[in-house]
Design a protein around this ligand. Structure first.
Ligand code: ASP
Length: 311
């Protein structure tokens, strides 16, 4: 049976507040999202797998300095960049993830390698780096990851105990994690998420993005999900899996399950953010409870959109 192909992407739920967004910046964000969406959707259209499509979208967003993942990752308290990423496919529930990874251009590609070529699911820190080197990933110098805006963000709070969530209401703190979900021609689902985490994070802090079930989840019986928001709340809610569980055990539709988690369960813990999700019929939902979420979707029925705010 041929399925409707569908792809959704996000560039983080912590957008600039409307007043701070200039037309030029808005154009740049939308262009970057559109570029990733179109190239990754081409993969599906040419018969590629859901995994290939989410990897394509995520690497392109990692390569854009506009988003907090790969190039453009935020600074830690030590002035370094520690990146997290994860990927999962819904047919056999295989998954791979890396955390606290330094110096690698595309952490999502290492996560994919973990999924496909190791007996592990999650590798962290120096071990993850050694694994990446074993698979031929090149170590980038600090200058590749340096971004003026990110550096200034960090300078502002570096000597304080504060760590800045992408989603705090501060005017200049709105830079997001990236992610993608897809349904391919044969109805396989996949999800991917990648992030630099939070500005000034310390003590080896890890958020939801590399945690399967919290920031990323895929299951052909239900849906594929990629989350963005303050990770601690998403971990406590097991958010990505919760969407799937509400569909599987309560019979909720994709949209109702996503809405329940983002507009009801997450706010009860004061969690802020959003998610993108797709089911096997190619339906997409993209709920968020923050002011905006960089997002886009495209499907084989000819629908597509790129948005930032709740238009
Ligand atoms: N969820 C990410 C984290 O907590 C941040 C984000 O989505 O922007 O590390």
């Amino acid at each position: 049976m041929k399925h409707n192909t569908s792809l959704a992407i996000h560039g983080g739920a912590g957008t600039l507040v409307r007043g701070m967004m200039t037309p030029t910046l808005e154009k740049a964000y939308k262009k970057s999202l559109e570029h990733a969406l179109n190239l990754a959707y081409d993969v599906l259209e040419k018969g590629g797998t859901a995994i290939d499509a989410v990897v394509k979208a995520t690497t392109l967003l990692e390569d854009s300095p506009l988003f907090n993942a790969g190039k453009g990752s935020v600074f830690t308290a030590e002035g370094t960049h520690e990146m997290d990423a994860s990927i999962m496919e819904g047919e056999q529930l295989r998954a791979g993830a890396v955390s606290l990874l330094k110096g690698i251009r595309n952490p999502i590609l290492v996560a994919k390698e973990v999924m496909e070529n190791s007996e592990y699911v999650l590798l962290a820190g120096d071990g993850a780096l050694k694994f990446a080197e074993k698979f031929g990933f090149i170590h980038e110098g600090d200058d590749y990851f340096y971004d003026k805006l990110r550096f200034e963000q960090w300078q502002e709070i570096k000597d304080t105990e504060k760590f800045q969530l992408d989603h705090s209401p501060k005017k200049d703190s709105k830079f997001g994690t990236v992610g993608a979900v897809a349904c391919d021609r044969i109805g396989n689902l996949a999800a991917a998420t990648s992030t630099g985490g939070m500005t000034n994070k310390r003590f080896g802090r890890i958020g939801d993005s590399p945690i399967i079930g919290a920031g990323t989840y895929a299951n052909n019986n239900t849906c594929a999900v990629s989350c963005t928001g303050n990770g601690e709340y998403f971990m406590r809610n097991v958010t990505a899996y919760e969407v799937s569980a509400l569909m599987e055990f309560k019979g909720l539709s994709l949209k109702d399950a996503g809405d329940e988690v983002i507009y009801n369960r997450l706010p009860k813990l004061k969690g802020e953010g959003g998610l993108i999700a797709v089911d096997r019929s190619g339906r997409v939902t993209m709920p968020f409870n923050s002011e905006g979420m960089y997002r886009g979707f495209k499907n084989s029925v000819g629908e597509s959109s790129i948005s930032i705010y709740k238009d």
